[in-house]
Structure formats: structure tokens, C-alpha cells
Design a protein around this ligand. Sequence first.
Ligand code: ADP
Ligand code: MG
Length: 263
Amino acid sequence: MVKTEDIKVLLNQYLKELFLSTMKQCYADLAVQAQQESLSYEQYLLGLAELECITRQNNRIERNLKTSKISRDKNIDTFDLKRVPAKVAHQVRSLLQGSFVDHKENILAFGNPGSGKTHLLCAIGQELIRKGRKVYFTPCSLLVQDLLRAKKELELARFLKKLSRYDALIIDDIGYVQQDRSEMEVLFTLLADRYERGSVMITSNLPFSKWEQIFKDPMVTAAAIDRLVHHSVILELNIESYRMEVAKKNKNKKPDDPAKGSK
Ligand code: ADP
Ligand code: MG
């Protein structure tokens, strides 16, 4: 018969070997609880296994949030959906379910600077991650530089493969910085690579009619738009800048308004 002390030592050793760290940490406390509640062996094991799974899932989500490069404060709780047109709010509620990534659909968010495009797509991205998906956020200008560097180092295929592991790629501010032909070529290569293989979520201040500024060549522009739009949801945020609205509200407050916090 194995002694109680030896059981603990062996159990700790086995659970460590099996990488079941939560079970290792919790089995003793749960055993006491199980005894008090007269749980069956199976019920005890179920509770323990469940705890291990939930902890792993939460850790995975935490890791994926970190690698996504999405800023945490741009989430759905801090986004005021009442500010956006009713149609967009309706679209967003459906997008938050996340099934659009299963169909490799894209999201294209258009609107003036400050209308909330980046915040909104980040919020959708965070919800996707919480549902177990992988998302990567990058400003377009940075992405283009990374693509160019990879191409120069003959690593473009490898870099595209790395990006293909993400269920959704958020490309923020396409066309914001004027880019030259070689820069746009690699961007087009990426979009063509992801077409029907993975979702792309894009924000832009430029309507499609001005996308020739981005892709230079009319044929390339048409090809890029065609691929993006084929399976896509378009969010039109034609509203005033949030920052402007806040600034106006503050300006309209009287100087001795207690809400302003003056003492
Ligand atoms: P855009 O990408 O369209 O230029 P941002 O998403 O960067 O706009 O929004 C500008 C600022 O206003 C950010 O700080 C953002 O968090 C905030 N903001 C915009 N729209 C909303 C909203 N509907 N609810 C809460 N904050 C918002
Ligand atoms: Mg933005």
C-alpha cells in the first residue's frame, strides 16, 4: 500500500510530467471539497479536468490578445454603439458572433478620421480572440515595410505563411500614407494571397473611387477591390469625429461647471 505522503509526491511528479499544472495545483483542495460534498470519483475528476481546460483556454486567449497587438482599451465595452448609424450597429452585432471568419469574409470600414473605424475593428478583433480565433493588428504602413523587408530578404513566402496562420488580419489605415509602386505591389500580393483563404479587416479614410491613389495602376486597383469586396461586409461610418464631438462638448461647458472638476 502506498503511503499518503508518497501518493502526493508521485501525483505531483506525474501531473508535472503530463503538463497538468492546474490539476497539480488544485487536486488537494478539490479532494477536500469532494469529500465534504460526498461527490463520486467521476464528479471529482470532472471538476478537476474542467478547471484544467478552462485555465488553459483563458491562458491561450490572453496569449493571443498579446500577440494580436490590439490595444486592450479598444474593446466593445468602451465603444459606444449608439454613436454609429443604426445599420452599422446592426452589422456589428452580427459580426461580433464571429462566423464571418469561417466564411473568410472581409470587413471594410470607411469613414472620416476619428469616426471610430480603428476602435470598432479592434473591438471585433478582441471578441474573435475571446471566441478562440487568432487575429493580428497592424498599421498598413508598417505592414508594407515588413512585407518589403521580407521580399528583400527572399522571405516573402515565409512571411505570408506566417500571416496566414491568423484567422483575421486587421490592416489599419490603408492609403493613409502615400506609397510607391513597389510598396503597393507587396500589399497587393498579400491581399491576393489571403483571398478566400483568410479574413482581412481594413480601415480607410479613402472611398474606393480614390483607391487608385493607393494601388497606382487602374488594373491593379480594380483587381484589389474586386478580391476584397467579393465576400465582404462594408461598414460606412459617415459620422463626425468622436474627438471633435468630445472637444465641442468640453468647450460648451461653462468654466465653473462642476462637471469639469474646477475647484
Ligand atoms: P478612426 O480610426 O476612424 O480615425 P478611432 O477609432 O481612432 O477613429 O477613434 C478616435 C478616438 O475616438 C479613439 O480614441 C476612439 O477610442 C474614440 N472613439 C471613436 N468612436 C467611438 C465610439 N463610438 N465610442 C467610444 N469611443 C470612440
Ligand atoms: Mg484609425
